[in-house]
Design a binder for this molecule. Sequence first.
Ligand SMILES: *[C@@H]1O[C@H](CO)[C@@H](O)[C@H](O)[C@H]1NC(C)=O
Length: 261
Amino acid sequence: MVTGHFYGFSRTVFASHFSGEETRVIPNLLQIVHNWESGPYHQKLLENAGVTHDVLRDAAGAFVFEVIAKHGDWAPRLCNKDPLTFEHLPFLREIFPRARFVLMIRDGRAIVHSIISRKVPVVGFDWRKTVDCLKAWNKMIEKMYKDCKCLGPDVCLPVRYETLILRPEGELRRITAFLGESWSDNLLYHEKFVGSEIRLHPLEFSTSQVKKALNDDALHSWRIFYSDDVLSQMDTAAPMLRTLGYNTTTSDPSYKSMSEL
Ligand SMILES: *[C@@H]1O[C@H](CO)[C@@H](O)[C@H](O)[C@H]1NC(C)=O
């Protein structure tokens, strides 16, 4: 099992599962539906036309399901990883009332460093503006974390990327228990399955990382990235770092014994 550079569902190595590449169109569609429904004027227009929230939910659900089910081989349980879908977590829960959600949380300083240094295109992140990127991460994760907590521990599990990397077996056992899945040692050696059971998209930004064995190279790669000026603004730009338990007094924090979220 592997994580992207970000958060969201993880690809899993279960014969009975299919996850596969990021679809891109799913978060896009969810955003479009969200736009249609935002603002009382638009909502009223739709309501008057009989296009109620329930109609949109069912239509969006059909679209999302078809894409997840048909962009790869059929499997009894389906899994999807498109990080930005979590901006619509309550709506996803409405669409899939029996689904389980895994929210991947990672030190925002590492995420912003990854996005800027690798020029990963993410909506709302301008690579030239470091502090704005930290603010954008903060805004995004604040809502996702709150929404995840709202769904409760039986429905949404926040997982720390750093803990997953440093204590993979313990974390993976926690995740499989949460999902109601049996344990497989294969989860610890995902790299052996890349190209066969695990399909990766050559153009996906996380592919170069995901195909490697579990490693902690990325944990501290942001250590010398930020200027003193940016470091001094860290707590105001990204207060969620502290909320989530990240040590903002140092550029070389230990991630070893962090609490569960
Ligand atoms: C934060 O990191 C610094 C430097 O490593 C360390 O001295 C301090 O104890 C850490 N703070 C917390 C709350 O862990």
